[in-house]
Design a protein around this ligand. Structure first.
Ligand code: ADP
Ligand code: ASP
Ligand code: MG
Length: 481
């Protein structure tokens, strides 16, 4: 069986939903489609929640009206008949529930992550109904399924972790019988269900992850991630206009790229595919016949394949004078970061100065003020010196085989030095799949361009025609998204 995930940028209008439905219908059955909300809708839902919490009722009503109008315009494109009436009623129910949930937020004066997850789920739920109805209108039996009944998670609202066993059981009980009836399942991406049944989300961009979780639960033969670019590119095309398609990646390479911020894949997407060895393909709905990127166990070459940049990080250093205290201090640091649900992007230790270095996500953490005082609190029994730098970016150059050549790291650092980019920390990952360098954020774009140019840009590229076609496709994608 095949699982296809259709991203928000590919379902921005009913015309685009129809094109995506045709792509899905062209795949062999059994097949499940995982859908995101139409692009922009998740942000609008979050905006409405914030407006509700701050008492801005006028702003909230206007935001809700924009969401409802967008969905109704799409609904209007469905052919008249009982199926459309039924779909319209179900979408109206979702909009009514949205307003009730926003009223709860307004009363509480607080936009809790629990309510936020319930509210943002509206976008994916509406899209699953629209996509299923579109498939049926084209003559393909289809049924929408809300993933809060399928993807089992913990209760970490906003960034829930999946429960694989519960997901497998629920997928067998709910999704498989629909597939066995010969129908296409259209499941909401992004959302899951906590043990008590409340709706959770897997973090922004989480629909990619939903697709591989469902694929693993159903032992899919392939998971396809359909988006607005013709596969994983050698860099973010918005930052590096010369970026080119990467035809093949090993699981570890794709994982490193996603971990270090390549938005095309949610950071945890690849993990469920690894254990069952399920190939993942990244393809473009704007160019469905392009080969895209195939992610499989083995890496196809020993070249550096892609570079990526992750911004808004905090660089934390903890100097511990007594060697024997090092592991105790490290455990206190990790404990505090874990309690605060802060992602650690990189951790390293230099023994000579007893220095521990951490790169952590800063956006939700309140910056150095908060992190330093929090660490002073948990490290009060140690004689430590804490250093903290904000606005840090990490550059990663990914490619199995290339990254483990010692020369490659020095070449990378040499390029940064030539470009006048200061390096705050650097590391050759133990897995030897990625080389990373932490740099001040203001040098991020310059550093990325220079590294891409050095390792990838100078290689002979595909035909000029192919590149021209890709830039045309990408500019179309930008207009629609
Ligand atoms: P979707 O709505 O389909 O999930 P996203 O916007 O989440 O789409 O992800 C696709 C976008 O990721 C692309 O349009 C591109 O701008 C961005 N991107 C960042 N890094 C890369 C990369 N290395 N390769 C391809 N796309 C990338
Ligand atoms: N709609 C969600 C988001 O915008 C999930 C996704 O698109 O993958 O983050
Ligand atoms: Mg995405």
């Amino acid at each position: 069986m095949i699982v296809l995930k259709i991203g928000g940028t590919s379902v921005g209008s009913l015309e685009r939903v129809r094109e995506a439905a045709a792509i899905a219908a062209a795949q062999p059955a059994p097949r499940a489609v995982v859908v995101s909300a139409a692009s922009g809708v998740t942000n609008l839902l979050l905006e409405a929640g914030r407006q509700a919490a701050s008492g801005d009722r006028g702003g909230m009503s206007a935001t809700v009206a924009t969401i409802v109008e967008k969905h109704e315009t799409m609904l209007d494109g469905l052919p008249n008949g009982p199926d459309r009436t039924d779909t319209a009623n179900r979408i109206e129910d979702l909009h009514t529930a949205l307003e009730l949930n926003l009223a709860d937020v307004a009363v509480a004066g607080d936009f809790s992550t629990r309510l936020s997850d319930r509210i943002v789920a509206t976008g994916e739920k509406v899209m699953s109904l629209l996509m299923a109805a579109t498939l049926r209108a084209a003559g393909h039996p289809a049924e929408a399924v809300f993933a809060d009944r399928v993807i089992g998670t913990d209760s970490r609202f906003g960034s829930a972790r999946p429960d694989r066993d519960r997901t497998r059981e629920q997928a067998d009980a709910i999704v498989r019988p629909i597939l066995d009836e010969g129908k296409t399942v259209v499941m909401t991406g992004f959302i899951g269900g906590a043990p008590d049944g409340s709706t959770t989300t897997l973090g922004r961009g989480g629909s990619d992850y939903s697709a591989t979780l469902l694929g693993a639960a159903l032992h899919a033969d392939e998971v396809q991630i359909w988006t607005d670019v013709p596969g994983v590119l050698s860099a973010d095309p918005r930052l590096v206009p010369d970026a080119r398609e990467v035809p093949q990646l090993g699981f570890e390479e794709a994982q490193e790229l996603a971990h270090f911020g390549a938005k095309v894949l949610h950071p945890r997407t690849i993990r469920p595919a690894v254990a069952l060895d399920i190939p993942v393909r990244i393809l473009s709905t704007f160019a469905p016949h392009e080969p895209g990127t195939r992610v499989t166990r083995e890496s196809s070459s020993d070249e550096l394949k892609a570079v990526t940049i992750m911004k808004d990080l905090i660089l934390l250093t903890v100097d511990v004078p007594e060697l024997e205290d090092l592991s105790g201090a490290a455990s206190a640091v990790f404990g505090a970061l874990y309690e605060d649900r802060t992602e650690v992007v990189l951790a390293a230790q230099a023994s000579s100065r007893r220095r521990m270095t951490y790169l952590i996500e800063g956006a939700n953490y309140g910056g150095c003020n908060r992190v330093s005082s929090r660490l002073e609190e948990v490290l009060c029994d140690y004689e430590v010196e804490i250093g903290c730098t904000e606005d840090v970016a990490v550059l990663a150059a990914v490619g199995q085989g290339a990254a483990d050549q010692t020369r490659a790291l020095s070449r990378m650092l040499g390029v940064l030095q030539r470009e006048g980019v200061p390096v705050l920390a650097s590391n050759q990952q133990v897995s030897n799949v990625a080389m990373v360098a932490a740099i001040p954020q203001r040098f991020a774009d310059r550093g990325l361009l220079a590294i891409h140019d050095e390792f990838i840009g100078s290689r002979p590229s595909g035909s000029k025609l192919r590149r021209q076609r890709r830039s045309r496709l990408m500019s179309e994608a930008v207009q629609v998204g």
